[in-house]
Design a protein around this ligand. Structure first.
Ligand SMILES: Cc1cc2nc3c(=O)[nH]c(=O)nc-3n(C[C@H](O)[C@H](O)[C@H](O)COP(=O)(O)OP(=O)(O)OC[C@H]3O[C@@H](n4cnc5c(N)ncnc54)[C@H](O)[C@@H]3O)c2cc1C
Length: 420
């Protein structure tokens, strides 16, 4: 009997997970490797950072997802090197052979080589980082109240760098927290001096969306009291002050960096197979110059006539590339393989309660209806009925009470000997 083809997938994000799910219970042996034990729904990280939802509501253990699978296995380890000549990958604690390898490692925060920024500011690319932001922001208030520090020295300002959807959504959510939640939790503190500052190198927020959405999101930010600093570039941060290219300085000990991402490239492939930290792939997601190595999602760079500069790094592309590749792998012969084509279904962002912007291919709308649309779509995309219900319940609770009870500060146990 012919041995089953062994497909190793590195990364269980939107692309890798969709690929594995489409290959589930098919005649392939699938091993999905991820350095964390759960799939993460990144679009809602900002709500974890602001204490609106529990991390477990948007994190799904791989072992649970594939509990009943006949052919998909999960391994928790970090892949460090690819040995393409030997059809092998090296991880931090083992080696795996493969017939076909799929790289779906996504991106990490890009601090553009600024080590100090990387050390002192927060990124938001995984669950731990979202929890770290929540801890740090809440600890700021706990410390201030004990130290009885003046609140108008600006030190507790929250600065968010980058005005894409992540930056805008965070700014809106922190602003709502400042207005509705913090004064009730800390009745002896005056939050008038807490500034939520969104620094953007572009003139308008959400520069990848329509002009209507940009205009409305700026208006919403203004209504929520967010200080939007446009046309400004952050050059440095010393833990107390953010420095701008214009010479301005902003006092802040909470800085969140949402100004860019870069691919998680694994060592081992040739230089010409990587462009701007993404693997160069053909229309079938096969890495240039290889026969059995593929890349999908954020880490893949695919040029097509409609996308000559590669696809946007968004969930929709990742999910559909994962699905397309899986369907191709199931087909009997490579001559039947279908090239990937991106169908842009639009984009959206929410800035606060009843304030969202939606750009669909033929239709744009903002405000109250857009906010419900955003909530509905995100609920549909979250895995598992239990998590959908939990998120829905938390949202409804905050909607009615203008509050949530998820502001736990969870710090690692000091006795923990494993490095974080
Ligand atoms: C805060 C935030 C908000 C976002 N909001 C939206 C949104 O509203 N709409 C939208 O369309 N997109 C959004 N995105 C982008 C979207 O999340 C990405 O496009 C999508 O996650 C890409 O999927 P992926 O599978 O390529 O990578 P990812 O989902 O990033 O998954 C990569 C996986 O690989 C694992 N991994 C990485 N390196 C290794 C290694 N060496 N060994 C083992 N495992 C490894 C990681 O642990 C991770 O699980 C957002 C992103 C962020 C960070």
């Amino acid at each position: 009997m012919e041995a089953r083809e062994k497909i190793v997938i590195v990364g269980g994000g939107f692309a890798g997970l969709q690929l594995a799910k489409t290959l589930n219970n098919r005649s392939k042996k699938v091993i999905i490797i991820d350095k964390v034990n759960h799939h993460m729904f990144q679009p809602l990280f900002y709500q974890v950072a602001c204490g609106r939802i529990e991390p477990s509501n948007i994190s799904f253990p791989f072992r649970k997802i594939f509990q009943r699978s006949r052919n998909v296995q999960y391994r928790m380890t970090e892949v460090q090197r690819i040995l393409p000549e030997q059809n092998k990958i090296i991880t931090e604690d083992a080696e795996f052979t493969y017939d076909k390898l799929v790289i779906a490692t996504g991106c990490k925060t890009n601090f553009f080589g600024n080590d100090k920024m990387e050390r002192l500011a927060f990124g938001m690319k995984n669950t731990q980082e979202a929890i770290a932001i929540r801890n740090h922001v809440l600890l700021t208030f706990e410390k201030l109240i004990i130290e009885r520090k003046r609140s108008d020295d600006g030190n507790w300002n929250i600065v968010i760098v980058g005005s894409g959807p992540t930056g805008v959504e965070l700014a809106g959510a922190f602003s709502e927290m400042k207005r509705e939640i913090l004064p009730r939790d800390y009745p002896h503190m005056n939050f008038d001096h807490l500034n939520i500052i969104l620094v953007s190198s572009t003139e308008a927020p959400l520069s990848n969306m329509s002009t209507e959405s940009q205009r409305m999101s700026e208006k919403y930010l203004q209504e929520l009291g967010v200080d939007f600093m446009s046309g400004e570039r952050v050059t440095d941060y010393d833990g107390d002050r953010v420095f701008l290219a214009s010479g301005k300085e902003i006092p802040a000990n909470n800085v969140i960096w949402a100004a860019g991402v870069t691919g998680n490239v694994i060592e081992g492939l040739k230089e010409e197979q990587v462009l701007r930290n993404r693997y160069v792939v053909d229309r079938f997601n096969r890495v240039k110059g290889t026969g059995n190595i593929f890349a999908v999602g954020d880490i893949a760079y695919m040029e097509t006539p409609r996308y000559p500069q590669g696809h946007p790094q968004v969930a929709n592309v990742a999910i559909n590339q994962g699905r397309n590749l899986a369907k191709n792998m199931i087909r009997n012969s490579e001559t039947e393989w279908k090239p990937y084509e991106y169908e842009d279904r639009g984009s959206m962002a929410t800035i606060g309660k009843h304030r969202a912007v939606v750009d669909l291919p033929k239709f744009k709308f903002q405000g109250f209806f857009a906010w419900y649309f955003w909530m509905f779509l995100h609920l549909m995309l979250i895995l598992s009925v239990r998590n959908k219900l939990a998120v829905f319940f938390n949202w409804m609770w905050s909607y009615v009470n203008k509050d949530s009870s998820l502001r736990l500060i969870i710090l690692p146990n000091k006795k923990n000997t494993t490095e974080q």
